[in-house]
Ligand binder design. Structure first.
Ligand SMILES: CC(C)(COP(=O)(O)OP(=O)(O)OC[C@H]1O[C@@H](n2cnc3c(N)ncnc32)[C@H](O)[C@@H]1OP(=O)(O)O)[C@@H](O)C(=O)NCCC(=O)NCCS
Length: 294
């Protein structure tokens, strides 16, 4: 292992933090939007096989480190959740942490969605592209139009007791890689300064949901899912339109949404609602056991 790391330009100065010392890294993570609060971070460390790797010789105050852990509910996929490092230290940390995850049994190691330049950097270290996510935007010119009508369907604000039904819809709408676990859904639905969480229900049953939020004048439609059995019946459009109205009411003048480049139903829905490709995209990169790093 050590020889491998040396060959790959990484080093044995990268060490895992002990579970009890992970708390010390919380001040650096608290503005990352990954965790609702410190308790949520510590719960993630326990339930999602969270680990922090840092540079043994670095001064604590500017401690470069990376945080890795399970990709949502997938214990077979490890993810790079956070990097606080630059240049050569960044490369050493990322490669060492990814190798540790793969050696310990993960089938795959993935990044969070990366901007173009970052993705290029990871590519130069031996990572491959997994998914390209396109970003679409829509400006508000006046109040969004009225909600389309779908028989028997009404929009409701999310309440805590709806969580299980939302997770059920989510698991049906999205495949295993994209579906959310309870913790990630909670984090996503609290990630903006003003958050909006809408449900489409018929006779009290949740059939679809949407999550987003507003920071200043910029709104994000972060999640939209309709139960597989209910797709193609207008619910997605009702939910997305409801989110646009809510964002406008909160003072947003621009809405951003992203989806995989091959998600034609979602792209078609967003185009129908006036979104246009921004020209910017994000990339999830990966390594697996058959790919050695450089
Ligand atoms: C994308 C999604 C939310 C759309 O919801 P829906 O209720 O099925 O869509 P609607 O019935 O409201 O359709 C509204 C528009 O979406 C587009 N659309 C929906 N299904 C489509 C399909 N299978 N193929 C092409 N376009 C489609 C169309 O533009 C449609 O308008 P039209 O009926 O005038 O053609 C739903 O398919 C879904 O949950 N998919 C899985 C999760 C996902 O990909 N979420 C979005 C990415 S984050």
């Amino acid at each position: 292992m050590i020889q491998d790391l040396e060959r790959h330009g990484t080093g044995e100065d990268v060490v895992p933090a002990s579970p009890s010392s992970c708390k010390a890294f919380w001040p650096h993570l608290k503005d990352s939007h990954l965790f609702h609060n410190r308790r949520d971070f510590l719960a993630f460390m326990r339930t999602h096989n969270g680990r922090i790797f840092f540079l043994a010789e670095s001064a604590a105050a500017s401690q470069p480190f990376v945080l890795v852990g399970n990709w949502r509910s997938r214990s077979d996929i490890s993810a790079l959740w956070y990097v606080r490092a630059l240049g050569g230290e960044r490369k050493r940390l990322v490669l060492r942490a990814s190798e540790a995850c793969l050696e310990e049994g993960a089938e795959r190691f993935v990044t969070r969605p990366l901007a173009e330049g970052e993705a290029e950097e990871f590519r130069s270290w031996g990572f491959l592209p997994l998914v390209r996510v396109v970003i679409l935007e829509r400006e508000f010119r006046g109040k969004p139009g009225p909600l389309p009508e779908v028989e028997g369907v009404r929009l409701h604000r999310f309440r805590a007791r709806d969580l299980d039904e939302v997770l059920e819809v989510d698991a049906s709408a999205f495949d295993d890689f994209w579906s959310l676990d309870r913790r990630t859904l909670r984090a996503v639905s609290n990630s903006c300064s003003r958050n909006v969480f809408l449900l489409a229900k018929r006779r009290g049953k949740t059939l679809g949901y949407a999550v987003g939020g507003v920071n200043g004048r910029l709104a994000y439609l972060q999640r939209l899912g309709v139960h597989l059995s209910q797709q193609g019946k207008g619910l997605g459009e009702v939910l997305a339109s409801g989110m646009l109205r809510a964002f406008h009411a909160l003072g947003a003048n621009l809405v951003s949404v992203n989806t995989q480049e091959d998600n034609l139903p979602a792209l078609s829905l967003y185009h129908k609602l006036g979104f246009k490709e921004s020209g910017d995209s994000r990339h999830i990169m990966y390594r697996d056991r058959t790919r050695s790093a450089r």
